[in-house]
Design a protein around this ligand. Structure first.
Ligand code: NAD
Length: 493
């Protein structure tokens, strides 16, 4: 489906701010089609956006929380009404299947509504009464201007996950999405921004210089970043001079351990397994990216896995309702995944193609990759130790539990992980894994719940999003102490 290209703009102080320089965004499933144009903002425009957010902060912070919630609820309703159209746009600019784009909006609403429904309770003052009649109030103050920087793989949910709690807690924001999926998120941000006073939510696009401004400007109090670990290292350095708050949601090389008591004949579990490796073509931070299976069930597991994968994986036109996996988002990512697979092949691994290609012509034209299973890779092959972020997964045998746990933990990453097997046994193993989340008999987004805090350990990040903890990261704890005894007795007159 080809439609006329759309143009999106920066939003600064409540107004769309057209720029002269723009970049084109192609459809990864049909690179001849330009889906739309995004602006290339300048550093000066980023400064204007930050200034607008800083100017809007005092009165927004003083706005009653009930009004903030009301406005956010209205924004959610408007965004819901636009979802059928925006999901199609997201699918066309991203390459993901349409059901997947619609699902992303669904997840966003779950989080936004959860934040609306819980913010008053989470941010209410905690009051500690003293035995002598004094009291201490622990308040949760907003931080100020938040710079939000988001990646291409889930542009809507990873942006709204930041916008909702930040604004509800009384902060203002400048958001910068990725140039690899800039269109639907810009439209969504315009819908949200229109429900708030000018300057509360601003949007800029751009390259590294805009990113540098968003992370160095002294008026920015916090950086909420989701993206790659290497980019986060630059951001930490940029932010050091002004000691900014930071939430970093970064890369992962999430492992799955399959215990000898896992039932390989459980078809539903096998389907969940395949989805946990290949949803959105593997382009999710918390996809299970390496699988360790106990040797006693390895052969049977691989046989059943291939059966399940061949049933579920159908690659092709993202708008074909039969398709479960669309295109890879960009040629750089495609090349990187191909390289990892080729490397493993050269090292002696066997590469098995999974599933069916439904639209051969579309497949040949776009940035598609047929999903693959890599068997016989070595524990230290690149495909095992690096984050592939694409449609391929290595399955490796292990001999005992200690070895499996050591292999999983021998990584710079620790985002999510999963253990598959008898429940109590799996929980015992889960406790020993170094990760922010470990799921039992499910993995990736299938096991997500907006109530629990999400984030990584080691180089997978700092801080948490979602849940009560996620909301609190947009506040500063402020103690107001009202003691009866105002002077310390041991200090001499
Ligand atoms: P990326 O790090 O290349 O880009 C992320 C964002 O940072 C983009 O908006 C980009 O324009 C911006 N950016 C680039 N250089 C910058 C700089 N110097 N200063 C400020 N901003 C800068 O990541 P990507 O390729 O868009 O996304 C893929 C990565 O994101 C993967 O590693 C994936 O695991 C990770 N990710 C993590 C989570 C999570 O919740 N932990 C979720 C999704 C994706």
């Amino acid at each position: 489906m080809t439609t006329a290209p759309i143009v999106v703009h920066a939003i600064i102080n409540g107004q769309e701010a057209p720029t002269e320089k723009q970049y084109a965004r192609q459809n990864p499933a049909n690179p001849d089609e330009i889906v739309g144009y995004g602006p290339i903002n300048t550093r000066e425009e980023a400064i204007r956006a930050i200034d607008a957010a800083a100017a809007a902060f005092p009165s927004w912070a003083a706005t009653p929380i009930e009004e903030r919630v009301e406005r956010m609820k209205r924004a959610i309703e408007k965004l819901k009404a636009a979802t059928p159209e925006l999901s199609k746009l997201l699918s066309r600019e991203h390459g993901k299947a349409l059901y997947d784009a619609e699902g992303e909006f669904g997840v966003s609403f779950m989080w936004m509504e959860y934040a609306c429904n819980t913010v008053q309770d989470v941010l209410k003052d905690e009051v500690m009464e003293h035995p002598d009649g004094g009291k201490t109030i622990i308040a949760h103050d907003p931080l100020g201007v938040v710079s939000a920087i988001t990646p291409w793989n889930y542009p809507i949910s990873l942006s709204t996950i930041k916008v909702a709690p930040a604004l509800l807690a009384g902060n203002t924001m400048v958001l910068k999405p990725s140039p690899f999926a800039p269109l639907a998120v810009s439209k969504a941000m315009k819908i949200i921004a229109d429900e708030f006073p000018a300057g509360v939510l601003n949007l800029v696009h751009g390259e590294a210089d805009v990113g540098v401004e968003l992370t160095t400007n002294p008026k920015v109090a916090k950086i909420a970043f989701t993206g790659g670990t290497n980019t986060a290292k630059h951001i930490m350095r940029s932010a050091a001079d002004t000691i900014k708050h930071m939430t970093l949601e970064l890369g992962g090389n999430d492992a799955a351990i399959v215990l000898p008591d896992f039932d390989v004949n459980d078809e539903r579990a096998m389907r969940r397994f395949v989805i946990s490796n290949f949803l959105t073509g593997g382009q999710i931070c918390m996809i299970a990216k390496r699988v360790y299976v106990h040797r006693s069930i390895y052969d049977k597991f691989v046989e059943k896995y291939i059966e399940a994968a061949n049933k579920w994986i159908r690659v092709g036109d993202p708008f074909n309702p039969e398709v479960t996996i669309g295109a890879v988002n960009n040629p750089g990512q495609l090349k990187f995944v191909q390289e990892l697979v080729e490397d493993a092949k050269k090292g002696g691994a066997e590469v098995i193609k999974l599933g069916r290609i439904l639209d051969e012509e579309v497949f040949a034209k776009g940035y598609f990759l047929q999903p693959t299973l890599v068997l016989g890779a070595k524990y230290n092959d690149r495909i095992v130790v690096e984050e592939q972020f694409g449609p391929t997964v290595p399955i490796l045998p292990y001999d005992d539990e200690e070895q499996a746990i050591a292999l999983v933990n021998d990584s710079i990453y620790g985002l999510t992980s999963s253990v598959w097997g008898e429940e109590a046994h799996a929980v015992r193993v889960a406790r020993r894994i170094e990760a922010g989340t470990t799921m039992i008999n499910t993995a990736a987004v299938q096991g997500l719940d907006v109530r629990f805090p999400f984030g990584g350990v080691k180089q997978s990040g700092i801080g948490r999003e979602y849940g009560r903890e996620g909301l609190l990261t947009y506040t500063e704890t402020h103690v107001i102490n009202v003691p009866k005894m105002k002077e310390l007795p041991y200090i001499p007159e």
